[in-house]
Design a protein around this ligand. Structure first.
Ligand code: COA
Ligand code: AMP
Length: 633
């Protein structure tokens, strides 16, 4: 079947289509019920199926003769450490660590937070949770203690698994201090904290609840617990429009089916291939395409603890591709922009043989055409932009390279992936014709693998995704479709921005800025950034009698955001304005300000109280040299 036939079949007959795809994974009890509804009326896939994700990722491959194949390749240019871990070795470590967790009283349905750098032990921890039916929640290491504390209070974990430190170039980020600070702030108390000690004597584990990761590996071994397909494998928090992150729930059976399908038909992989997603396990890309999908499919996955540049130079990625004969490589456009900035002619690439590479996939943020063209030119392999979200768990738009030639278009994120009926709707909910920009939605039911709900927050799930356009899942993105059926995703239509491929909430930053004693009101907006795609700035109206200067306020707010959210927010500027644009009824016109800051075209809303405020803001942005239109390098 070609792409068009398979796609149409997936939309016409989703149950039949996914029944067939589900047969490709090893269930301990194959599902009879393919698509059903839960008590809230939400769609559920494979409700009566039983399986275990760690068994699918490990035991089955060992039983089928892949025991000696590397499952993980760990490469840390920061420490110089390189290691290959076979499927058999990974199975042993996961079974042992799972036994260690069980000995601590962690069991089916318990939650576990994993706050770790890019080391193999993080993968061991994730798979060990899956083995015993515990639900993991991985928190990105670049988040500050406050962010970790919010996740602790929402997920209520029995244990936290962490490590001595993460590494950022030449800096060691001591995680134990961050975990301690988070636990102090959180209301929920964990039973144990487990630390992987990266070097002798770096941190002392004093408290009786603080345990050594290695000690847990000496508690025997456990087999995989069979769980229902609908059992949550993990909760992954992502930024929404408010200060509280959303806990995206991922089921087990639908996810396994979707990931397996995607490796075959979307990424065009074969078991035994080497797949490298240069992301972090703290993001959805890390969950799906560093850990679960490559292992589920019998590939070798690369755990890279480094950056695209300065580790040691902009040839870092080419070196890894050559050394491990990577077949498919996945990264964010920001990483490519960083390489291009340091090595515009890709001279460093000449030293490496990257002939193993079949294709490169980009996602996480909009890919500007200049970056796309440059990457294709210097590597000579197809570059495939593809679009998805934490919520979807796997690609929604792209080119299904397992089914068709990679005919891509610069600036476009491709065509709908099987199972996703993607549409463009106006604000009023009518479908827009080709070329017209609107809200990107997906007609329900979503295919397997997508979020069934938000963690313990049904109301927010309804409000965030289902209420705005009944019968559709609302993605929060804006975009358009062209006459040939290719979609372009232009950016978020809500208070979320994408900084270096990291999804962040301007709403949350606004809450923090508004908390400063001199701030009367404020707006945090994303402006174009030539390396990071976007970065946040604040426009601030001062309280009467405020004493601090613009410079002092800016410094204080930078520190505040860094300490509350973390360095990844990359918040560097706050500008003082006299007033913010509002409607006559006093509502701040955020959409208009967003367009003003990111340089996109907009019409002045008829409801605006005083249009001259827009000129005032424009003048401030110009004075501060903020919000200049995106200039690709
Ligand atoms: N732990 C702790 N701190 C982290 C971190 C982590 N995991 N990740 C980033 N940070 C810190 C950085 O050290 C930096 O701190 P600083 O202000 O003290 O210097 C800050 O957060 C900003 O980080 P970043 O925006 O990543 O800037 P950078 O200069 O360190 O690196 C790039 C720039 C382009 C190389 C880097 O952003 C990159 O590799 N981006 C690609 C991201 C990606 O792959 N995303 C995929 C998501 S699908
Ligand atoms: P996350 O949930 O962190 O993966 O972020 C998802 C968001 O990143 C999407 O809603 C988009 O706004 C953006 N995004 C991801 N991939 C792309 C892409 N290929 N093109 C444009 N935007 C993208």
């Amino acid at each position: 079947m070609n792409y068009q036939q398979l796609y149409e079949e997936s939309i016409r007959n989703p149950e039949g289509f996914w029944r067939q795809q589900a047969q490709r994974i090893a269930w301990s009890q194959a599902p009879e019920q393919i698509l059903s509804r839960d008590e809230e009326g939400h769609y559920r896939w494979f409700a009566d199926g039983l399986l275990n994700m760690s068994e699918l990722c490990l035991d089955i491959h060992v039983a089928e003769g892949r025991g000696k194949q590397p499952a993980l390749i760990y490469d840390s240019p920061f420490t110089g450490h390189r290691e290959r871990i076979t499927y058999r070795q990974l199975l042993e470590q996961v079974s042992a660590f799972a036994a260690g967790l069980r000995n601590l009283g962690v069991g089916y349905g318990d939650t576990v937070i994993i706050y770790m750098p890019m080391i193999p032990q993080a993968v061991v921890a994730m798979l060990a949770c899956a083995r015993i039916g515990a639900i993991h929640s991985v928190v990105f290491g670049g988040f500050a203690p406050h962010e970790l504390a919010m996740r602790i209070d929402d997920a209520r974990p029995k244990v936290i698994i962490s490590a001595s430190y993460g590494i950022e170039f030449d800096k060691k980020i001591p995680y134990k201090i961050l975990v301690d600070a988070a636990l102090k702030e959180a209301k929920h108390k964990t039973d144990f904290q487990i630390y992987y000690r990266r070097e002798e004597g770096f941190d002392s584990l004093g408290g009786k609840n603080e345990l050594d990761f290695e000690a847990l590996l000496r508690c025997g071994s456990v087999g995989p617990k069979q769980v229902a397909a609908t059992h949550p494998l993990y909760v992954l928090y992502t930024s929404g429009t408010t200060g509280r992150p959303k806990g995206i729930v991922r089921d087990t059976g639908g996810y396994a089916t979707a990931l397996h399908f995607s490796m075959n038909y979307f990424y065009g992989m074969k078991p035994g291939d080497v797949f490298w997603a240069a992301s972090d396990i703290g993001w959805v890309v890390g969950h799906s395409y560093i850990v679960y999908a490559p292992l589920l499919f019998g590939c070798t996955t690369v755990i890279y603890e480094g950056k695209p540049v300065r580790t040691p130079d902009a040839g870092a990625f080419w070196r890894v591709i050559e050394e491990y004969k990577v077949n498919s490589f996945f990264t964010a456009p920001t990483a490519i922009r960083a390489i291009r900035k340091d090595d515009p002619e890709a001279a460093l690439k000449q030293a490496y043989d990257i002939s193993s590479l079949k294709q490169i996939f980009l996602a996480g943020e909009r890919c500007d055409p200049a970056t796309y063209e440059w990457l294709g030119k210097v590597t000579g392999v197809p570059v495939i932009d593809h679009w998805w979200q934490t919520e979807s768990g796997w690609p929604m738009l792209g080119i299904m390279t397992g089914l068709e030639e990679p005919h891509t278009k610069a600036g476009s994120a491709g065509k709908p992936v099987c199972g996703f009926d993607v549409r463009i709707l106006s604000d009023e909910g009518t479908e827009l014709e080709a070329g017209k920009e609107g809200n990107v939605v997906v007609k329900l039911p979503l295919p397997p693998g997508c979020l069934p709900s938000l963690w313990r927050n049904e109301i927010r799930f309804q409000k965030s995704y289902l209420e705005r356009f009944p019968g559709y899942y609302f993605t929060g993105d804006g975009g358009f479709k062209d006459a040939e059926g290719y979609f372009s995703i232009m950016g978020r239509v809500d208070d979320v921005i994408n900084v270096s491929g990291h999804r962040l909430s301007t709403g949350e930053m606004e809450e923090i800025v508004a908390g400063h004693p001199d701030v009367a009101e404020c707006a945090v907006l994303g402006i174009a950034d030539e390396l990071r795609g976007q970065r946040p700035i604040a426009l601030v109206v001062l309280k009467d009698g405020a004493l601090c200067s613009e410079q002092e306020l800016e410094a204080a707010l930078i520190e505040l955001i860094r300490s509350r959210i973390g360095p990844v927010a990359f918040f560097k500027n706050a500008a003082v304005v006299n007033r913010l644009p509002k409607t006559r009824s006093g509502k701040i016109l955020r959409k208009t300000m967003r367009a003003l800051a990111d340089g996109s075209s907009f019409s002045i809303p008829s409801t605006i109280d005083d249009p001259s405020v827009l000129d005032e803001i424009r003048a401030v942005l110009q004075r501060r040299q903020l919000g200049v239109a995106f200039q690709p390098i």
